[in-house]
Each structure stands twice: as structure tokens, then as C-alpha cells.
Ligand binder design. Sequence first.
Ligand SMILES: [Zn+2]
Length: 412
Amino acid sequence: MSNVFEKTDVTYFQMPQALVRDEHLQQISLSALKLYCLVLFEAQRRTRLDHELLNEDIERFTGLSANSVSSGRNELVTLKLVRCKRGFGGRYTYTLLNPDTGTELVQSNTKASTRRYNSTPPLDKLSRDQYRHYFKNRLARREWSDTGSQIYTNCPFPDHDDRKPSMSINLAIGKWTCHGCGRAGGVLHFEQYLSQCDKRTASKNISRIFGAKVTGDLLELGNPEAIYDYVDEQGEVLFQTVRYTGKQLRQRRPAKKGGGFVGGIQGVRRVLYRLPEVLAATRVIITEGEKDADNVAKLGLLGLDGKPVAVTTNPLGAGKWLPDYSRFLEGKDVLIFCDADESGLEHADDVANSIRDLANTVDEIVFQEPHKDVSDYLEEKTAAQLVEFINQKTKMQWLQGAIAKEEMLITV
Ligand SMILES: [Zn+2]
């Protein structure tokens, strides 16, 4: 034991970052903390996650009484920081545990564990329990109430002396608002305001609390509301559009290594939304945006020839149609749904001009107030009304009067 505190080779295995957390430090007694430090040092020195310590050695090195050693040991066991097995003559075998799971840590050398950490895809969605874990950790010393979906608390930021619970935190999406100081945001800004630190430090603190890296979008914007896959001819995901609260959209692509996604689609092949369906169809509806495309696709519209109508859109929204998309529509009858605003009208013209020479026919439907777009329209009207509207507005009868879905409802 004499060389416990000697400089040791600390690279053999990596202590998990979450091993000692703020909430532990707040509730742990000094004797438990001293014992825990000794257990960690000894594990480091022997490069083992389990090892035997003699009570009298612990007393000598920590200056604790026999009673304090015993109560400290019980505390560490209760906090699931160690497991203890009693031996003879005041000997105990201590095994280090992962406090998040209460299970044994895996021993490995640093290089391997670093590689594993780096190759683990960052978290891009968090559960309510994960968000609760974070906010609970950050509000540890404050009063707060938890309704299951929301946390209410006095604003914890040091520059806001809040006397009533002005802050509400939404645990489904991980976003918060303070009705006192008027600030709002995701976990990144919460951490910055709370710890008065820069983005880098805030994001490190957050990763430590979650026990894993978190993507930048999730840190700033919270959980996604919807994720839209853009796939190639074989259905392989090329990239995604992710929608966050407040109609914020981000694009991301699959990471080359280790799974998960990375931000941006620079250099990624661009295709139309729901490409395989577009290629298989003879009639195609083009909407502005993925939400509209999905809403119309759900209706199961059929062309006059009885074949399913494909519904698509281009990535990145209005004004972002690329000439390259037009070849996917060669020889097809195309109907463009035009949003009732200036950028919508301009966009529809761009698309029509780009495909006119390649497509068999091109028609346009302009939605009008009070319906800004087709999703708006469908909130008030039925699918049958939409079909009628389309057939009236297009030169030729574009759709079958009956809709696949409604027909199914009748026949089942
Ligand atoms: Zn505030």
C-alpha cells in the first residue's frame, strides 16, 4: 500500500467521464469521498477494476476512523459506485461500477476505449428520461416540480434573481422558456446561461452528463419533430431533412464510419423525395416541402390509368429546384402544387420551366387563401374534395374519382 499515491501509469484504462457526477459530489460524505479516491487510485495503480483493500491501510492513508471507513463503504455501495465483497481480517474486495447502470466497468486499454468513444455515433434524439436526467442534475439544489412532460422551476441562471417558478422545461423536445427574463432555447443555451461558459465548455458538460456526445443540432434545437429520408433508386438513404420546432430545417448525411449522421449535404448526390415511387409512376405530383408530400402520399391517389400517383418534392424548399431533377420526370404527367405566396408561385414557375421539355404534360394547381398549401387544404377538406378540385383545375381529368383508401374503407 505504501506506493498507492506514487505516480502511476494512468493510460491503461480510461475512467468513464460520468464516474463522479455533480449530484454524487453533492450528497457524498467526506469519508466516502476519501475512500472512493483511494479505491480509484489503487485501481489505477494495479490496472485492475477490482482489488482488495485492508481496513487498517485505509484508516492509515485517509486518517479516517474505523467507523467512518465502514459508513463510507456503505455509502459507496448505496450510490452504486462500488461493489464490495468481504474477506478475512478486515479485507474487502472493491469493484468499480458504472454509476449510470450499476454494472461493472469494462477494462480495456486507453487506445481501444478512446477509439470506441470516437466511433460511437453522437446521440441525435433524447428520451424524456434522458432530458430529465440532465435537468435534474442541473437543478439539483433547487425546487422544481415535474408533471411528467414539463418541469417548472425558478429560473436557475445566476443573472436572473427569480422569486417564482418562471421557467418551464419541455421534456419531450428538451427546450425551455423563462417567462421572467424572456430567454429560451435548447440544452446548449441552458448550460451556457447556467454555467456562464462558452459553447465548447457547455457542450462538454452536457456530453459528460449524458455519458455520450450529442449532435450540435440536438444541442441547439432539441428533439426533431420529423425526419425525412431522401433515398436513391435502390432505397438507400443518401441524406435526410430534419424538422425541428419552429419550422427549422436541417440537412444531414450518413456518417462514413461508425453509423449515425453528420450535418450538411455538401458533395452529396441530390435526388427528388420518394424517388423510387417517382420512377415507378406515370403521374407525379410535386409539392413544396416534405410534409405536404407525405400528407398527399397518404391519400393513396390513383391516376385515370389506375396506377398510384407518386408525390414528391425537392430538397431545401422553394427556389432550390435543380435542372438535374427534371430527368426523373421524363415522359410523365406532372402536376405542380403551388403554395399561395410569392415564393411559392416563383418556385412553381421554375419547376414548370425546367421540366416542360422532358415531361409528357405539366399542370399547375395554385392553392388560394384561406388555404396556404395542400396540408392546410386537407385540414378542412376531404380527399374526395381535393380530387374534384384537381380534376376541375387541370386540362384533362387527372385523377380517378375514387381514392384507394376510401375504397378500401368501403369494401373492408
Ligand atoms: Zn430567467
